[in-house]
Design a protein around this ligand. Sequence first.
Ligand SMILES: Nc1ncnc2c1ncn2[C@@H]1O[C@H](COP(=O)(O)OP(=O)(O)OC[C@H]2O[C@@H]([n+]3cccc(C(=O)O)c3)[C@H](O)[C@@H]2O)[C@@H](O)[C@H]1O
Ligand SMILES: Nc1ncnc2c1ncn2[C@@H]1O[C@H](COP(=O)(O)OP(=O)(O)OP(=O)(O)O)[C@@H](O)[C@H]1O
Ligand SMILES: NC(=O)CC[C@H](N)C(=O)O
Length: 555
Amino acid sequence: MKIALAQINPTIGAFSANLAKMIRMAEEARDRGCQLVVFPELAICGYPPRDLLERPEFVAANLEATEALVKATKGITLICGFVDLVREKGGKPLRNATLVAQDGKVLARAYKRLLPTYDVFDETRYFEPGKTATVTEIGGIPFGLSICEDIWNDADFFPSPLYDLDPVAELVATGAKIVVNISASPFYLGKGHLRERLLCHLSAKYQRPFLYCNQVGADDHLIFDGHSLVADKGKVLARAASFKEDLLIFDLAAEKGPMAPYFERDDEEALEALTLGIRDYFSKTGFSLAVVGLSGGIDSSVTAALAVRALGAEGVLGVLMPSPYTSRASMEDAQALATALGIQTKTIAITRIYQEYRVCLEGALGEPPGDITDQNIQARIRGNLLMALANQYRGLVLCTGNKAEFAVGYCTLYGDMCGALSVLADVPKLMVYKLGRLINAQHGKKIIPERVFIKAPSAELKPNQKDEDDLPAYILLDTLVKGYVEELKSPEDLLASGLPPESLEQTLKMIYRAEYKRWQAAPGLKITAKAFGYGRRYPIAHGFDPLKFRNRRVL
Ligand SMILES: Nc1ncnc2c1ncn2[C@@H]1O[C@H](COP(=O)(O)OP(=O)(O)OC[C@H]2O[C@@H]([n+]3cccc(C(=O)O)c3)[C@H](O)[C@@H]2O)[C@@H](O)[C@H]1O
Ligand SMILES: Nc1ncnc2c1ncn2[C@@H]1O[C@H](COP(=O)(O)OP(=O)(O)OP(=O)(O)O)[C@@H](O)[C@H]1O
Ligand SMILES: NC(=O)CC[C@H](N)C(=O)O
């Protein structure tokens, strides 16, 4: 039997487009001699649909599209994710479902049993869990059906404290000779390798093949890498492309299929992920022009280069906005970057507007604006001008702040925080530099001028300003943010690992204080296991002092 894993990039709720794509893929799989085509979790409506699931017409449209897909798929068996209704009373009204269909007939339905409700996932908000293991025969072989999280509670590899059942073990006990897992598994750095290890482990433990079909594409802050695969006897036997659509064909008898390469390096993976994140945000919201303020610093340089990768040079407008504090070197570097990228630029000096603001404010205040007020005026003038250009040219502004800055609130509300999409919001500062180096290496020429890498980061909002006068050194800040935010380490553990107490104290205070800014920030592309935003929900108004209770531990 030849099997096709159809790794598609659906758009949430674009039922006609998703259906057409799926029919096309199923026909291609059939024409290439496959007997079975598998689509990802909730493929028909796209993952995650969130509260669109509360709209009965959304659920109805998903059922109609699913029925149309079942009818249209001829000469090949189909496995596909969709939203099904719960027919019994009590509990949630919907199920995260999969069906097996052949020549217009549904042969089996199965329901997701483990519903992730942590980090970015919210599935118990909508779905009722499946109660039983479903095994169904296709071409005389018993296939066990599972959906994404269902494989993530293995006692020997990934014991989850959240669940008391192991759907894979039940499928095998029910007679499955092959396990299919349809997924919408969001990307973070290292996730692909983790998934490969899990699936290899499962295939070795149960001595049977695992077919894993994952969604690809980006939805708001989430990026899906695809990276579908077939594992058997502890090995990956076939692998689909990462970060793009693919039809992975696997010959079960010959145990053979194509093997797309996978990334060895974090920066290479991050580069592709962020590029896809920008591209899909624009294409799925109907825009094609990114407006980026170019300061000659590393953050805006990398953001602009990523935007060019995603949208092409004609899809990016660079805006240079010098103030009295902007160095000549910064503007030279910004212009050199724009020239190397081949993007159009506009230069709007902000000195006159800035002076006019100061005059007006001084009239109202009876004294000159204070230091921070004065700095923020500049950032807000720039934000305003960028939005004006976005309005005029029907574009979207890209925010350039990195994860370290977001963590401590080193950014101005309605200033450099203004924009549609925050490209580097989950990228630690040192990774931004790595991405810059990689961009230059890939082009074989200096896209980002060398000076941008070696000068000290500065917001250039007052004379001789350096980020590290206001903040711990970025190497420390990145480490603290990783430990405290991503790995949930306690202050005690961070101190025990040798981090300076004063930097820890300063950083934790700033992290908690900046929560209000992050609530108002543009969505940021997630590339680490714990990003700010949807998957990290902290209150703004609270009285918790993270240092006061630093010795206490109950978990
Ligand atoms: N809990 C809360 N809920 C809602 N709003 C709250 C709030 N607490 C304060 N606020 C408001 O927020 C204001 C303070 O926030 P905001 O106006 O943004 O300003 P603020 O955080 O005080 O200052 C901005 C900082 O970011 C630095 N910066 C700016 C631009 C670029 C860069 C860079 O390197 O990339 C760095 C700049 O040097 C400065 O240190 C307060 O005056 C108050 O009105
Ligand atoms: N002179 C400027 N011209 C155009 N945009 C600017 C200018 N100064 C700041 N900006 C915008 O505001 C953002 C924040 O400024 P900031 O200078 O802190 O960041 P950066 O220069 O990109 O990186 P770094 O933090 O390494 O200096 C910039 O990324 C840029 O988009
Ligand atoms: N859609 C899901 O069930 C995702 C959860 C799963 N653990 C993953 O990220 O791979």
